[in-house]
Each structure stands twice: as C-alpha cells, then as structure tokens.
Design a protein around this ligand. Structure first.
Ligand SMILES: Cc1cc2nc3c(=O)[nH]c(=O)nc-3n(C[C@H](O)[C@H](O)[C@H](O)COP(=O)(O)OP(=O)(O)OC[C@H]3O[C@@H](n4cnc5c(N)ncnc54)[C@H](O)[C@@H]3O)c2cc1C
Length: 478
C-alpha cells in the first residue's frame, strides 16, 4: 500500500480538535489532509448570519476561557493568522431575582461584592488563581502521574465533591452559592453528582486568572486562524467531504477521527476488533441543549447595571433552583424554569452587527434539556429574560432557534444535542472513550480518536486533538 499513500495522516472532521491534530502533525513535518463533511470548517466554532444580514452569530461556542488558556493554542502564532481576543468589562454576571452578582476578573473585587462570603470566596479561589497555569497544564496535559502533586491534591480534595455540597459547606449567602452553582452547571450534570465542583472551580479560576473572552469577529475566527496556520505549514483541507466508511478516506499511514464513538463504530466497521467495539458501544452520552440567537434593535435593557457590563450572564436564580432544573433534566424532564447561559458579544465586538446601525446587537443563549428533546424552550427562555430585562421582547428583530435533535443534524458529533462529545461524569471524564492507557489510540495501529470524546473532554481548547496527534507520532507516524 505504501506507494499509494499520499498523506501521512488524514483527519476526519475540522472542529477545534481535528484542526489541532492536523496542526500538530504538520508542525512535526508530516503531510496531512483534513476531510470536513460540511461546506465550511470549524465544527463548534462556526459563526453565521443566522438571523438577518450583517448579524453574525456563534452557532455553538462563544465564550473562550479554555481557548485563551489552552496550553496548545498558547503555543501557536494564531494572532499572526488573525485571531484576537476581546475581554468584556465583566466576565460574568449571575442574575438573582433581586440583584446581580458580579464576577470581576479581579478576585478581590468579586470577593468584596459577596459581603460576608467574600473571605470564603477568596480562600476557595486564591490558591488556584495564583497557580492557574500549572493546574491547567495538569488538567489539560497528558494523563499520568501529576507533575504538581501537592497542588493537584489541594484542588482534587475540593474538586471531587458535588457542586451543591461544596457550595453549601463553603458559603452562607444565596448570592455566593448561586454564583458557584452557575459556574458548575456548565458541566450539564445534576449538581449533586460527585466532581461537579471541579467545573465550578476551573471556570471560576479561569475567569479570575485570565478572563472569559470572545474571539473578535466570532468563534469562526479561531477556526480560520487554525486553518490559515495549517495552510502555512503545508496542510490541506477538503470540505464537503463526508466520511461514511473507510472507503471515503484516501490511503494514509494514520487516520485521526474528530468524531464520537458512535460514528467511529459506523465508519470503521470491522477495522476495529469486536472487544473494543463492544466497549465503545457502552460509551455514554450526556444531556442536550436548546439554543436561541437573537438580532436585537438595541442592547438588552437589563435592570441590573452589572448585567449591562458582562459578556456572559447566568440566569438561573439560586443554587436550589439551578440544582432542581439540572436534576429534572437528569430524570428526563424539562427544567422549569431553565438555567440560561447567555452571552452578548456585540456589546464588546461591533464586527458582529451591521456597520450602519450603532444600536444593533446580537445575543446568544442556551439551556440544558434532556438528550434527544425536541421541546421548544423559546417562551421559557424569553419569559425568564424579560423578568430581568423588561422590554427585552420589544428589542427582538429576529430569532433563530435550534433544538437538541436539530443540533445533531447540524453536527453529527452532537448526539441527541450533547455538546461535549459524551457524558463528563467522574466515571467517564478520564476514561473517554474507554479505559485505556493511551485513550487516543485504538487496537488498530493506524486509527486514532481525536475528538472531545477523549480527555480532557468538551470545549474549544484543541487539547484532545493535540494529544491524539502526539499519540500518532509515537506510534503509526514514528
Ligand atoms: C450551543 C453550544 C455552546 C457551546 N459553548 C461553548 C463555549 O462557549 N466555549 C467552549 O469552549 N465550548 C463550547 N461549546 C462546546 C464546543 O463547541 C465543543 O466541545 C467543541 O467544538 C468540540 O470540538 P471537537 O473538535 O471535538 O468536535 P466538533 O467541534 O464537533 O467538530 C467536529 C467536526 O467534524 C465534522 N464531522 C463529523 N462527522 C464527520 C464525518 N463523518 N465526515 C466528515 N466530517 C465529519 C463535523 O461536521 C464538525 O465540523 C459549545 C457547544 C455548543 C453546541
């Protein structure tokens, strides 16, 4: 076969992990081809005019603490390829009925705003914020013996807890408890589950250490910068190239799949041994999401001043309310009311709206729903926003909605609307897709998995792709 081989590696899928794998291999001098099924690249990083001409919306990811902090992205000259980050004045505001809790990038200012819980908040986050880079390198680095065992032990002692337990034993006030619950709820699991505190700690730490930026021009700019850098290294990308079976892949020494286990099973057929296939069949997917994008005639008229200055808002009420909603989803029910993750990028990045309209805005919001739900959450989401921003509905020029099932149609990696490539509970966080010393490799020495269905899981950070490429370089591409 070797004289037919044109590429060292073919990568199936151009999400952040597929592109990260391709860049890593091209930097190591290997020839690479990325096959993307859709007509445009980017996976969860696309930005499109979903509503009206000139209004540019992030179809999936929008807020990038993991992107800016990613040890892999940090090592690439992406700014030379057009990527710049925009930092909102406040990374986050959490809305309660009677007030907004402001999460400033400054840990001190945030703690001051939390009154009697300020000291506890400072004590919780300060050690991690001070050492954020080492901690993140541990989490996003290769699996193995911790390089910073004491720091990891300190983090791990708290991270292993459920978010509800950590919030209740650390804080006394509803405001601090709710703030932590909102951070932790990004994991899309019942907040009583072990290790859900880890997400709250990680996202809070990153907000204070580095911020929660947007990519100027939309998340598509991250994909475009990665592709431009790949091009400068000689890598190739082909779009409109769905891979249904191994026959769709040109001969290559290695194939890396930016897909989830279910698609890997379909595509590879009996190229993988039956024992491994059976284990892949046991892979568990997480819950889904329902999302709305709006074109707005003016900024959202939030009652709370902090909400008007924040890039991201958590609209979910108290710890108990958020926990009840996430628990309901775990039981297959719709959350009532839903916990809403909201972002308003155009307040800080005017490239998202038409030039000739100085008031125009875009806004993005999603909530968790049971996997495979076709429920329309528009009214529930807009009612909740209207309560905090009377007059919001009058600002809506157009909206675009997408339910959990439509998300899977949009991107086959979002099984039933699961945006993390599989459930991220304690049993599956480090054993994705199966428990294996090198989870990126498969029993077939040519085939690798590089998607968020491998550690460290969901998010735009490229680390799954980077580690998978390193695995391929140690094995098939030695
Ligand atoms: C609503 C929403 C909000 C989110 N918010 C954030 C956020 O704010 N911050 C953040 O960090 N993350 C966020 N995420 C998660 C993030 O987008 C994903 O975790 C990330 O994109 C996963 O990257 P990936 O490379 O593993 O896969 P994907 O980004 O899903 O890319 C996979 C690519 O492979 C292609 N593909 C799949 N199958 C095939 C095939 N058979 N043949 C050819 N091509 C194929 C797909 O078309 C897609 O382009 C969000 C996601 C969603 C949906």
């Amino acid at each position: 076969m070797s004289d037919r081989v044109k590429y060292d590696a073919v990568i199936v899928g151009s999400g952040p992990n597929g592109l990260a794998a391709a860049v890593t291999l091209a930097r190591a001098g290997r020839s690479v081809l990325v096959l993307e099924g859709k007509e445009t690249i980017g996976g969860g990083m696309r930005t499109l005019e979903l509503t009206l001409p000139g209004y540019r919306h992030d179809v999936c990811s929008a807020v990038h603490p993991l992107g800016i902090a990613s040890p892999f992205f940090r090592d690439l000259p992406l700014h030379e390829h057009g990527l710049s980050w925009i930092f909102p004045e406040l990374p986050l505001a959490h809305l309660l009925d009677d007030r907004a809790v402001a999460l400033h990038q400054s840990l001190e200012r945030t703690a001051e705003g939390l009154g009697q819980d300020g000291k506890a908040y400072r004590r919780l986050f300060a050690p991690f914020v001070g050492d954020w880079q080492a901690l993140l390198d541990e989490f996003l680095g290769p699996l193995g013996v911790p390089r910073q065992p004491l720091l990891m032990a300190r983090f791990g002692r708290q991270a292993i807890e459920s978010a509800t337990r950590l919030a209740r034993r650390t804080f006394d006030t509803p405001a601090a408890r709710a703030l932590f619950a909102g951070l932790a709820a990004h994991i899309t699991l019942p907040l009583e589950s072990p290790t859900t505190a880890a997400t709250g700690l990680m996202l809070g730490m990153l907000a204070h250490a580095i911020g929660w930026p947007f990519a100027r021009g939309g998340s598509q700019s991250i994909a475009t910068a990665l592709a431009s850098y790949l091009d400068s290294l000689g890598g190739e990308i082909k779009t409109g190239a769905w891979v249904h079976s191994m026959r769709d892949i040109p001969p290559a020494r290695a194939v890396l799949f930016d897909v989830t286990p279910r698609q890997l099973l379909d595509i590879t057929g009996d190229e993988l041994p039956s024992g491994y296939r059976n284990r892949l069949r046991g892979y568990r997917y997480g819950q889904g999401v329902f999302k709305i994008d709006w074109a707005l005639s003016e900024p959202v008229p939030w009652r709370a001043a902090a909400a008007r200055r924040a890039g991201t808002l958590h609209i979910g009420g108290t710890l108990d309310e958020i926990a009840a909603g996430e628990r309901a989803i775990g039981d297959g029910k719709l959350p009532d009311p839903p916990f809403i993750l909201f972002s308003q990028p155009s307040l800080f990045d005017r490239s998202r709206v038409p030039d000739n309209n100085s008031a125009a805005q875009t806004a993005w919001a999603y909530c968790h729903v049971p996997r495979g739900s076709t429920a329309d959450m528009t009214t529930a989401i807009e009612n909740r926003i209207e309560r905090h921003a009377p007059g919001f509905r009058d600002c809506i020029l157009a909206r675009h909605t997408i339910d959990a099932v439509e998300y899977e149609t949009y991107n086959p990696n979002y099984i039933g609307g699961d945006i993390n490539g599989g459930m991220q509970d304690w049993r599956q966080l480090f054993t994705r897709p199966v428990a294996r010393l090198d989870p990126y490799s498969t029993p077939n020495p040519r085939l690798f998995l590089c998607s968020s269905s491998t550690p460290p899981g969901g998010g735009v950070h490229g680390m799954c792709g980077y580690h998978a490429a390193r695995s391929a370089l140690r094995r098939a591409l030695r």
